[in-house]
Design a protein around this ligand. Structure first.
Ligand code: PLP
Length: 256
């Protein structure tokens, strides 16, 4: 297996989000998946019951164990939870992951409303981690927290790009429109990616799945924009497939 993807993210024992969703997505899209666990939320489709910390030394050791052995072709970063974890992961990646494309899903709140990032960690995300990423994939509420004071999607995308990342995929999933329209913006390209909106309660892990699929396609050599296009179609297919399922009592998982 040539394409090796690493997910640095949180846990979801119910299988719909976090590292579980990322591994499934890497496999389903033809890449080999690896994980570094950053946080252990105890959760199911109804919500997060509690959240256990992983010691910083353990996160560092997990990163070292992977990088001493297997160089990832692309990295996806999800839930990081605290300033300390963001600083540790950023410092490690600056030292050891030069040249590896990084997709960051700036996870803040779960669909159930539970926080997945401490409020005081937003600053470290903006100033430390985002500048070393190839692309970030905020939804609209996350974008408005990262760059407060802007509403229009194109302006938000421009302001996000000024944080120093290589590109933005600003997701329109939270809008109330007949299509789901995401704005892609890099320093030389802009494009709106659209698919028909799927009305479904089964949306747990949509953001994780999309960003993992993007990392997988980037690992396989697709340009960042093509990886976004392919990942969006992959997620659309998975949502169609999951639409009428009943796994769990809450927001069911999106999966293939
Ligand atoms: N749990 C973990 C570990 C996550 O990383 C995420 C999102 O990225 C979620 C839960 C929330 O998923 P959703 O908002 O799709 O329910």
């Amino acid at each position: 297996m040539k394409y090796k993807c690493l997910s640095i993210a949180g846990f979801d024992g119910s299988g719909g989000a976090g590292i579980q969703a990322d591994l499934k997505t890497f496999s389903a899209t033809g890449s080999y998946g690896m994980t570094v666990l950053t946080s252990l939320p105890v959760q199911n489709t109804c919500g997060v019951r509690s959240c256990y910390d992983i010691p910083l030394s353990c996160i560092k050791e997990q990163l070292e164990a992977i990088f001493d052995d297997i160089r990832p072709s692309a990295i996806k970063i999800g839930m990081l939870f605290s300033t300390d974890i963001i600083q540790l992961v950023t410092a490690f990646l600056i030292q050891r992951a030069r040249g590896i494309p990084i997709v960051l899903d700036p996870v803040m709140v779960a669909k159930s409303g539970d926080p997945l990032l401490q409020a005081d960690a937003v600053e470290a995300l903006k100033t430390k981690l985002i500048p070393i990423t190839s692309i970030i994939t905020p939804n609209l509420p996350e974008a408005r927290i990262l760059v407060p004071g802007y509403n229009n999607k194109k302006t938000l995308a421009l302001k996000l790009l000024e944080l120093g990342c290589g590109a933005i995929l600003l997701k329109g999933g939270h809008e109330d429109s007949i299509s789901s329209d995401d704005v892609f913006l890099s320093h030389d390209l802009t494009e709106t990616l659209s698919v028909p909106r799927i009305k479904s309660k089964n949306t747990h892990g949509t953001g994780c799945t999309l960003s993992a699929a993007m990392a997988s396609f980037i690992a396989q050599g697709f340009s960042t924009l093509d990886a976004c296009r392919k990942a969006k179609l992959y997620l659309y297919d998975a949502m169609l497939h999951s639409k009428d399922e009943s796994i769990g009592k809450g927001y069911g998982p999106v999966h293939h």
